[in-house]
Design a protein around this ligand. Structure first.
Ligand SMILES: C[S@@+](CC[C@H](N)C(=O)[O-])C[C@H]1O[C@@H](n2cnc3c(N)ncnc32)[C@H](O)[C@@H]1O
Length: 255
C-alpha cells in the first residue's frame, strides 16, 4: 500500500471518528433540533421489537469492539491488514457501528426522571459536560494520536518504526485506571432528563464498559506483569482508592 494512501486512509478514519464522536454527544444529550436522531423518547414499535433491535445493536458494538481489540484477531488479519492501518481500521469499524446505532436505534416512549429545579438541571448539565471533557482529556493523557491510529500512519509516512506508547500514570491515571470510561459513565448517566430510551442505551453501554475493562486489565496484566498488578493495588478502577498518601507514590510501570 503506498505510504501516501496509508496516511490519507488514517486521516480519513480519524476525521470520520471525530464527526461520529460529535454526533454521539448530540445523540446522547438529546437537545431538540441539533441532530436529526437522538435518544429523546418516541414511538419505535412494540416493546419486544424495540428491545430486539436496540439490544442487537449494542451487542454488535460490543462484539466488534472486543473482537477487533484482541491480539489474536490482529495476528490473524495481519496478512491483509498492514500494521500501520490496523488501528485506523478499528477506529473506522467503530465509527460505522456507531453510525448504524444512530440510524437504526428504535425509540421508546416515557421518561425515567426529569429534573425540574433549575439548579439541579444546570448542575447535571455541567456534570455531563465534565464527563465528555474527562473522556477527551484522558485520550491525551495516554496518547490521543496513537489511540485513534494517526501516530501509526504518520510514523509509516516518515519511514520510522512504530514504538508502543509507554504506560502513563499522569493526572487521573495516578489514582484511577479507567478515567476515559469514568468520563463515559458520567456522560451517559448525568442528565436532567433520562428517557427510557436513554436508560437502555446507557445501561447497555455501561455493561459493555465493565466487560471491556475486565479484558483490558487482563491484557495489561499479561503484557506488563507484576508492575501492573502493583499499579492495580495502588489505584481504583473508576474512583481513587482510599489509601494513605505515601502508599500512592507513582512508580514506573514499564520498569
Ligand atoms: C480506549 S483506551 C482506555 C484506557 C483506559 N481504560 C481508560 O478508561 O482511561 C484503551 C487503551 O489504552 C491503553 N491504556 C490503558 N491504560 C493506560 C495507561 N495508563 N497509559 C497508557 N495506555 C493505557 C490500553 O492498553 C488500551 O490499549
Amino acid at each position: 500500500m503506498p505510504r501516501a494512501l496509508v496516511l490519507a486512509y488514517g486521516l480519513i478514519c480519524y476525521a470520520v471518528f471525530f464527526l461520529v464522536f460529535l454526533y454521539m454527544v448530540a445523540f446522547v444529550v438529546a437537545i431538540d433540533g441539533v441532530v436529526p436522531r437522538t435518544l429523546a423518547p418516541g414511538e419505535g414499535g412494540s416493546l419486544s421489537s424495540v428491545l430486539l433491535v436496540n439490544l442487537g445493536l449494542l451487542l454488535l458494538f460490543g462484539v466488534q469492539h472486543s473482537v477487533m481489540a484482541r491480539s489474536s484477531f490482529k495476528h490473524r488479519v495481519s496478512a491483509w491488514l498492514p500494521p500501520p492501518v490496523e488501528r485506523s481500521t478499528y477506529v473506522l469499524a467503530t465509527s460505522l457501528i456507531l453510525m448504524l446505532i444512530f440510524a437504526a436505534w428504535r425509540p421508546l416512549p416515557g421518561m425515567v426522571w426529569q429534573a425540574s429545579s433549575p439548579a439541579l438541571v444546570w448542575g447535571l448539565w455541567a456534570l455531563n459536560l465534565c464527563g465528555w471533557c474527562i473522556v477527551l482529556l484522558a485520550t491525551f493523557l495516554t496518547n490521543h494520536f496513537d489511540l485513534f491510529g494517526l501516530r501509526q500512519v504518520w510514523l509509516h509516512w516518515r519511514r520510522q518504526s512504530y514504538q508502543p506508547v509507554p504506560f502513563r500514570e499522569w493526572l487521573f491515571y495516578r489514582s484511577i485506571r479507567h478515567p476515559m470510561m469514568l468520563g463515559l459513565f458520567i456522560a451517559f448517566w448525568a442528565t436532567p432528563q433520562m428517557s427510557l430510551n436513554h436508560l437502555l442505551f446507557s445501561a447497555g453501554m455501561s455493561i459493555y464498559i465493565l466487560i471491556g475493562v475486565h479484558f483490558e486489565e487482563r491484557a495489561l496484566r499479561r503484557e506488563l506483569g507484576q508492575p501492573y498488578c502493583d499499579y492495580e493495588r495502588r489505584t481504583g478502577r473508576f474512583l481513587p482508592r482510599l489509601l494513605p498518601a505515601g502508599a500512592r507514590q507513582p512508580q514506573n510501570v514499564t520498569g
